[in-house]
Design a protein. Structure first.
Length: 188
């Protein structure tokens, strides 16, 4: 797909990815699809703007795109899913969607540095990946991250991300997000 791909083609590709690979896990108790749906649900329930709801739904799409395998973290590999996902989504979505996706790992590193108890509350898989992603930020990195445009939105996405790991939750299917994704992709 090129940068000029149609909104419909991109959204169709997203749905195909989730249909084909959304049942995979990545060390968490829920599947990729369940995690995406829960994260988007929490964003929508909190009254987040549509772009943040879309970013919440798509924040881990890089896990479905990366070529390292779903056990990459177990093999000591940071697959850089946030960068892969943001770059792929940039084919049709604007920065309002892609920047939170790109920055959600940095937001985890930031919160692990700045928020007492955050690191200890992370799931085992998130703690494992955090180490591969550079661990908690240094003071200088945290200060620089706070100055990053979109810092606050990335932190907000990260908080929705942490809530989206509950087994057995039944939510609206991914199809319920089609119109929202189409609207944002056609503006991208």
């Amino acid at each position: 797909m090129t940068r000029a791909c149609s909104a419909e083609a991109l959204v169709d590709a997203i749905f195909i990815l989730f249909d084909r690979l959304g049942g995979h896990t990545y060390g968490e108790a829920v599947t990729q699809l369940d995690h995406a749906l829960q994260t988007a649900h929490h964003a929508r329930s909190a009254g987040a703007p549509d772009a943040l709801v879309a970013a919440a739904l798509l924040h881990d799409i890089g896990h479905l795109l990366q070529k390292q395998g779903e056990d990459a973290a177990d093999r000591g590999i940071d697959a850089k899913h946030e960068r892969i996902g943001a770059a792929w989504l940039a084919q049709g979505f604007g920065l309002e969607v892609t920047d939170p996706v790109r920055l959600h790992v940095e937001a985890k590193r930031y919160l692990a540095k700045r928020e007492p108890g955050y690191l200890e509350a992370l799931s085992g898989a998130s703690q494992q990946s955090l180490e591969l992603q550079g661990g908690p930020m240094s003071q200088a990195e945290a200060d620089a991250f706070e100055a990053e445009p979109g810092f606050d939105v990335a932190v907000r996405l990260r908080r929705f991300d942490e809530l989206g790991k509950v087994e057995g939750v039944q939510l609206a299917p991914i199809a319920a997000y089609r119109d929202l994704l189409m609207s944002l992709a056609s503006r991208g």
